[in-house]
Design a protein around this ligand. Structure first.
Ligand SMILES: Cc1cc2nc3c(=O)[nH]c(=O)nc-3n(C[C@H](O)[C@H](O)[C@H](O)COP(=O)(O)OP(=O)(O)OC[C@H]3O[C@@H](n4cnc5c(N)ncnc54)[C@H](O)[C@@H]3O)c2cc1C
Length: 460
């Protein structure tokens, strides 16, 4: 059967473009097909951080002795082994070599950008110059230079399967034939129906939800993959950031001058806990918590690198006047209005104030911006983990990026990489770069493997 291309890649984010460059380098003729009018997807908006262990840049930055083994142990332990070890292992093993590949392609990574992202003291986050946008520009430059064709504004609607093998794609009535298809369609953060179906923790925040990425994140990888028998994994996983729900502004951290309490009026975490775990901690408290502070804290709440939009004096004043946050002249009244235990809240604040006076948060070890809560009026702001950063449900792959069927066999000719895969992330996000990094790692691997698969088909 005649083919238009060896490999067709659906989606042009970090995963798709990495796949394109690698497939072309491995000798394949390649088409990238993209639903949007420009390349890059959510990757273009991303920080582009790359989580990796054992890189040359770590060594330059003085981080000595980190390794794929250490990264694997941390990743598995953090997620209580409730992830796919073979896929995680592959990510860990290939993180450093793939990082060097990206650097060699021309993405600038300053050594000052190596930092401990997430919940590990080992610095594995690698921040690129120019963020995700620059990574996309560099990858797309190589794609173009290597003669990989690109079709924009064309949403793939079907996969073609013949005799048990994937042999092409369709965009409505148009079709293109190939030996292998790589699904690199990103997540489903922009698709409310899929959020309901596959990410109920996020859906529970109702109309507080919003997704920080592009409209292209419709979950087409899941829709197209399942139409040809792919199995999916990673139910109810992703990353949710906490928000008071005032606006659609991305703020990752909470200011130190507030405390978080649950329905018993108790603190349950350091308010400066890493963003990678804070959402999960609030989920455990029933999906929401209250930020409590006093008038002095509100008056001192100036725009800062942590918050420009939510935790600033005039916004909080406006929200109190609108009645969308609680304000009361006594802690008893505040607790009653929030339907929180009065005894718990008063006891918590007495204990906290005593800690502030000694300078030590004896309960949760918070070490930033602590302030006593003594000056009425007092404030209570409901917060929820509701900002969707990326979604974790997706196609189940093996460690070679082949999409798995329900029969535990790879679907011939179908590969996947990036946010559309479902068996990499656990209940806890490993840290900044833990989504973008594997997009590049598995994108490159999918490109190489799809190209080799094509060559083997040609020989048979
Ligand atoms: C603002 C922001 C900041 C982030 N920061 C970080 C960070 O610093 N570190 C980190 O690890 N993660 C970060 N993330 C998450 C990470 O960037 C994403 O998970 C990752 O970029 C997804 O890459 P991808 O290639 O899988 O998908 P995308 O980049 O979303 O690309 C998928 C592409 O596929 C296209 N597509 C979808 N369906 C079809 C179809 N049927 N036909 C044709 N094309 C289709 C889409 O239009 C899109 O262009 C961030 C995300 C955002 C939005």
């Amino acid at each position: 059967m005649s083919r238009d291309y060896d490999v067709i890649i659906v989606g042009s984010g970090a995963a798709g473009l990495s796949a394109a460059v690698a497939a072309a380098d491995t000798g394949a003729s390649v088409l990238v097909i993209e639903a949007d009018t420009r390349v890059g997807g959510s990757s273009r908006l991303s920080g582009g951080h790359f989580y990796a262990a054992g890189t040359s840049l770590q060594a330059e930055a003085g981080v000595i002795g980190d390794s794929a083994d250490a990264m694997f142990e941390h990743y598995m332990t953090l997620n209580q082994w409730m992830v796919d070890p073979s896929v995680v292992r592959q990510f860990c093993d290939l993180s450093a070599p793939t990082f060097e590949w990206l650097k060699d392609l021309g993405v600038g990574f300053p050594k000052a950008g190596v930092y401990p992202s997430g919940v590990s003291s080992t610095p594995r986050g690698h921040q690129p110059e120019g963020s995700g946008e620059e990574v996309i520009n560099v990858l797309d430059g190589h794609r173009s230079h290597k003669g990989v064709d690109l079709v924009l504004d064309s949403r793939v609607t079907d996969l073609i399967m013949e005799d048990g093998r994937i042999t092409g794609i369709k965009v409505g009535n148009d079709e293109a034939r190939c030996a292998a298809v790589i699904m690199a369609t990103g997540g489903f953060g922009a698709n409310p129906e899929m959020i309901k179906k596959y990410y109920p923790q996020a859906a529970a925040s109702g109309d507080w939800n919003w997704y920080i990425g592009t409209e292209g994140a419709q979950g087409d990888g899941i829709t197209l993959g399942t139409s040809v028998g792919a199995s999916i994994d990673g139910y109810d996983r992703g990353l949710l950031l906490v928000t008071p729900g005032f606006s659609h502004d991305l703020e990752v951290l909470l200011p130190g001058w507030l405390i978080l309490v649950n329905r018993q009026g108790r603190r349950f975490t350091s308010e400066s806990a890493p963003y990678t775990v804070l959402g999960g901690l609030i989920q455990r408290e029933g999906g929401s918590a209250f930020a409590v502070f006093d008038e002095e804290a509100r008056l001192g709440a100036k725009p800062s690198p942590i918050s420009q939009a939510n935790w600033v004096a005039d916004v909080l004043e406006r929200k109190a006047k609108e009645g969308s946050i609680f304000r009361a002249d006594s802690l008893e009244d505040l607790a009653r209005s929030m339907d929180v235990s009065t005894t718990g809240l008063i006891g918590t604040i007495e204990r906290y104030n005593a800690d502030v006076s000694t300078g030590t948060d004896s309960a949760f070890f918070k070490n930033t911006g602590m302030k006593t809560i003594t000056e009425p009026p007092f404030y209570g702001v409901e917060i929820r983990p509701a900002i969707i950063c990326w979604t974790g449900t997706g196609l189940r792959i093996d460690a070679e990026t082949r999409v798995m069927g329900h029969d535990e066999k790879p679907i011939p000719g179908l590969f996947a990489a990036g946010e559309t895969i479902g068996n990499l992330h656990g209940d806890r996000y490993v840290g900044g770069g833990g989504s973008f990094g594997p997009c590049i790692v598995f994108g490159k691997l999918a490109g190489e493997n799809a190209s080799r698969y094509t060559a083997a088909l040609n020989e048979s």
